[in-house]
Design a protein around this ligand. Structure first.
Ligand code: ATP
Ligand code: MG
Length: 515
């Protein structure tokens, strides 16, 4: 057989045309229309359709593309117009049959097949013969390709074989494109995660050079990705004094696949572009990719955590110090007050005993003095005890205790609302001391005409507010009173806020969880 003869066969023509399209067409949207047109034109069909099964498992076959020859009659155009996006069960109609058997099929008179759902439509639009072939890839059948003609065409074994071969060529390309698009989607998905991460993600090669620098890393270290990529990670983000050690540790990771750096969270010092150093938590993991080793560093700026930890330590120290100070004060008060008086009582009693026989009148006077002194000692002890933990608070709760503070204040104070509910002693004591300290401050500094107190439960928290209309300018760092309150509240999971614009009065608000 001569070469010219082979090439003029319709099957070979279609084969060549399709091969060229598959090789040259990069856009998915134009692949199917071009393939249908090339096959339809070279094999003399008027109407072509491609049916696809969903890429993800079950579901009907849907018509993904329709082509109608410009030279076809109105009937073909009408049939084509009703086809896009129609669906057929996988066992339904000619496409279903071909899908199920996996073999190309030739139908001489489509309208005579009453079992085909589209037989009536074919009869009405004058479509007669049809050919249908599976679109097959290595992974199985992806869909079917189907052509119609308005003339009656007798089965042609050679054409059927050509269609089957075309179906598998198309299938391989579609499969490859699907795989590429899946990989592209996975890549985009991965990129989106890396971009959205709050932690810095820095990928490096086995020499420690940056391959990837995500937006969080850009924000944290101050380098743009394009500046960072290609540079030595140690040079970019590790302070000079620590670089050598970092390099040695990393080299060991590459060489031995182990090391303190690999797969552990470690706290080290990082350095921003402007040279400022800050604490970071770093984890380096080796990513399993073919070829040279790659590593990803996850870096988290822990400046705030360090500050919070330092504040916690300082506040604990202040609480201990405040406790010690309180004990010293009590000791001093006892020593200078009640203790002195009791010593005097004892002295007085001893003198009285010595005088009781010789001079009973003097002894009676001494006893009288001792009694007075004892009375003073008792009342001083009572005062002292009240300062440590007011008895009224334990007995009656916040309402009477705060009423006592309000009535004892040198400023006019309105008690707006104070809950009658009872709370744990530590919470009640905290509220009491907030109101006591705030009212004392009002009297000492505010020059206010009026103050107001409110204590109420709100959303699982106890809210304490002490407001005055004085001169404002309260500074929580200016003394130990407000800071001590903040520490006391923090120990209960609560917080203190002070708003005190100069000239506009002061509002102290404490909030304590009490669910
Ligand atoms: N209601 C207020 N109006 C105006 N200034 C205030 C008010 N409350 C506090 N201040 C100012 O804020 C500073 C800090 O108050 P804070 O209670 O912390 O300490 P202190 O009262 O000076 O000392 P301490 O409470 O330890 O005896 C005060 O020195 C005062 O200048
Ligand atoms: Mg104070």
């Amino acid at each position: 057989m001569r070469r010219g003869e082979i090439e003029s066969r319709p099957g070979a023509l279609a084969d060549r045309a399709v091969a060229r399209i598959l090789a040259e067409t990069s856009a998915d949207e134009t692949l199917y229309p071009q393939v249908l047109e090339a096959i339809g034109d070279s094999l003399g069909w008027e109407l072509g359709l491609i049916w696809e099964a969903p890429a993800s498992g079950d579901g009907p076959l849907t018509c993904a593309e329709v082509w109608c020859s410009p030279s076809a009659g109105d009937g073909a155009a009408q049939f084509a117009a009703t086809s896009p996006h129609t669906a057929l069960e996988r066992s339904e109609g000619l496409p279903g049959q071909v899908w199920t058997t996996g073999e190309a099929s030739w139908i001489v008179d489509f309208s005579a097949h009453a079992e085909f759902p589209r037989a009536e439509r074919a009869a009405a639009t004058g479509m007669r013969s049809a050919i249908c072939s599976p679109v097959i890839s290595g992974g199985g059948t992806l869909g079917v390709i189907e052509f119609f003609s308005s003339s009656t065409r007798e089965p042609d074994g050679e054409l059927l074989a050509a269609m089957a071969s075309l179906g598998s060529q198309i299938g391989q390309v579609v499969e490859r494109r699907r795989a590429e698009s899946r990989a592209r989607e996975a890549g985009e998905h991965h990129q989106a995660i890396v971009d959205a991460a709050l932690d810095c993600i820095i990928t490096i090669d086995e020499h420690g050079r940056v391959l990837e620098f995500n937006p969080a890393a850009e924000r944290t270290f101050g380098y743009g990705e394009s500046e960072a990529v290609g540079r030595d990670m140690g040079e970019l983000i590790v302070p000079p004094a620590l670089r050598e050690r970092h390099r040695e540790g990393f080299a060991r990771c590459v060489r031995e696949g182990t090391g303190a750096l690999l797969g552990h969270r470690i706290e080290i010092t990082g350095m921003r572009r402007d040279g400022r150093e800050f604490p970071v938590e770093l984890t380096i993991t080796r990513i399993e990719v073919p070829g040279a080793p790659r590593f990803t560093g996850f870096v988290r700026d822990i400046t705030e955590r360090h500050l919070a930890e330092a504040e916690l330590r300082a506040s604990r120290a202040r609480i201990v110090e405040a406790g010690d100070e309180a004990r010293r004060r009590i000791e001093r008060n006892l020593h200078d007050g009640a203790q002195q008086r009791l010593v005097n009582v004892s002295l007085g009693l001893r003198l009285a005993r010595a005088q009781v026989e010789q001079s009973p009148g003097e002894a009676a006077e001494l006893l009288e003095d001792a009694l007075d002194e004892l009375k003073l000692a008792t009342s001083e002890l009572r005062e002292l005890a009240r300062g440590i933990h007011p008895a009224v608070l334990s007995d009656g709760g916040l309402e009477p205790a705060i009423a006592g503070l309000v009535s004892g204040s040198q400023t006019r104070v309105r008690m707006e609302e104070v809950t009658a509910e009872r709370f744990p002693p530590s919470v009640e004591a905290a509220v009491y001391f907030v109101v006591a300290e705030a009212l004392t401050n009002v009297a000492r500094y505010a020059e206010a005409s009026e103050a107001a107190v409110a204590v109420c439960r709100e959303d699982g928290r106890l809210r304490v507010e002490v407001r005055d209309d004085g001169r404002g300018g309260a500074d929580p760092d200016g003394g130990s009173g407000l800071r001590g309150l903040a520490d006391r509240l923090a120990a209960l999971g609560g917080e203190l806020s002070v708003e005190s614009p100069p000239g506009e009065g002061t509002t102290v608000i404490a909030s304590i969880p009490c669910a």
